[in-house]
Design a binder for this molecule. Structure first.
Ligand code: SF4
Length: 427
């Protein structure tokens, strides 16, 4: 192997070791310090709408969100928080709630102690916790309340609401230096400093390091990568990763996956959120699904059985293939909340749905259970493979239902109580 090949192969051998960070407990959830990377999400309901917020937090939790952030922007919202916590508890949902505070967080937390108690973490944006003389006192007020309640904080710098006094100071210093850097580099440095200086201030105020999580969110992928690399190299605080204002649909998914994927591969990031803008009337739980799929496809965690499906081509002119791939995927996601407790380990399952004989049997054999549908011109028969061996051939209009039944049988035999290795006798 030549030097170049050697470099390439060693680079793609797997992710870098996780960056060492101090572990923080958010409710019962461990963040950092080598704990599994946590998926979190945020509601877009009015927090004062107690029922609506309970319903959305429940949906996000059911989708797999391990922490949920809610906006606490005014008195009505702060007053609602303990009722939301209680309502969730009645439904058996213990997912930690994080309060998102801007401008008046110090006042709301002081005036609504039940809100301060019900939240598992407070998110503070150092860019808008207060201005001029008030900034330090208002920040100190929040830290004092967090300390009193033994709550962790996330100090979340954001490109869109960066601490302007700090940015101006760094810009002035840069302009006066012999080798001034470009504006973006200075802004990135301001992001990092804003987070680190605020964390240092929180520690001076008595907050232990194991109750501080940092984030520094930017909307441009390359800036985000640079900021987080810098942040990780200059501290060992637990790190929340997210591309802010990622956008809608495929753009948001691609941008978030590109940015977060690179950082995670470099061992950076203890918890993630995918900030997708939902389509009008769209499903908020999509951001949880994307976060889970990012971590699972990169091999960091397993959440749901993966369905491998070929893209289809001119050999799959009927819609049978797309319909089956899509309905199996949906079926698995819908069933997963029930399967999780009933079938421990089921999230490791691999299913393949393939469109024709070219790659169908081969790919299906690599899955735990796979089906190779007939392509155009092939005999109308769909061989099913279980643990690498041909198990049965399905025919006729009930192929989809028959295959789902085989998937359930497989799961029950492999992961159910008294599980045994599934039947793999050839037909
Ligand atoms: S497996 Fe068959 S249908 Fe699917 S992409 Fe390959 S050639 Fe096309």
């Amino acid at each position: 192997m030549n030097k170049l090949e050697n470099t390439i192969y060693s680079d793609i051998a797997g992710p870098a070791p996780r960056h060492h960070t101090t572990q923080v407990k958010v409710g019962d959830v461990a963040v950092g310090g080598g704990a599994p990377i946590v998926v979190q999400s945020m509601t877009n309901t009015d927090t004062a709408d107690i029922d609506g917020t309970i319903a959305q937090v429940a949906a996000l939790a059911r989708a797999g969100s391990e922490m949920v952030r809610i906006t606490v922007d005014r008195e009505e919202a702060a007053a609602a928080v303990p009722h939301i916590r209680d309502g969730l508890a009645k439904r058996g949902i213990t997912t930690p709630l994080i309060g998102d505070f801007h401008y008046i967080g110090h006042k709301l937390l002081a005036a609504y102690p039940a809100c301060a108690e019900a939240l598992a973490k407070y998110r503070i944006n150092p860019g808008n916790v207060g201005f001029k003389d008030k900034r330090d006192t208002q920040f100190a007020d929040i830290i004092e309340i967090a300390n009193k309640n033994n709550k962790p904080v996330r100090i979340g710098a954001n490109w869109g609401s960066l601490d302007q006094e700090l940015l101006t100071k760094l810009m002035d210093e840069n302009a006066a230096s012999a080798n001034p850097r470009d504006v973006r580099a200075v802004t990135r440095e301001a992001m990092v400093q804003s987070a680190l200086l605020s964390a240092a201030r929180a520690e001076e105020l008595g907050m232990p390091k194991d109750r501080i999580i940092l984030s520094a969110k930017v909307s441009a992928v390359q800036d985000l990568i640079a900021v987080y690399q810098d942040l990780a190299s200059r501290s060992d605080y637990a790190i929340h990763l997210g591309l802010t204002e990622a956008g809608m649909g495929t753009k948001g998914i691609v941008a978030s996956s590109a940015a977060l994927g690179i950082l995670l591969q470099q061992g950076i990031g203890d918890t993630i959120r995918i900030s997708l803008t939902p389509e009008p009337g769209g499903d908020r739980t999509r951001e949880v699904q994307v976060g889970q799929e990012l971590l699972q496809t990169m091999g960091f965690r397993t959440f749901v059985p993966l369905v491998a499906a070929c893209p289809g081509c001119g050999r799959t002119t009927s819609t049978t293939f797309q319909e089956l791939a899509s309905s199996i995927q949906e079926f698995i996601r819908d069933e997963m909340p029930n399967w999780k407790s009933k079938y421990p380990g089921v999230e490791e399952l691999n299913v393949a749905v393939m469109g024709c004989i070219v790659n169908g049997p081969g790919e299906s054999k690599h899955a735990n259970i796979g089906i190779s549908l007939p392509g155009t011109g092939e005999a109308p028969a769909a061989p099913v493979f279980v643990d690498g061996k041909k198990f049965r051939t399905l025919r006729g209009p009930t192929i989809s239902a028959d295959f789902k039944a085989l998937v359930i049988d497989y799961i029950d035999q492999r992961y159910g109580q008294g599980a045994k290795v599934p039947v793999t006798a050839a037909e």
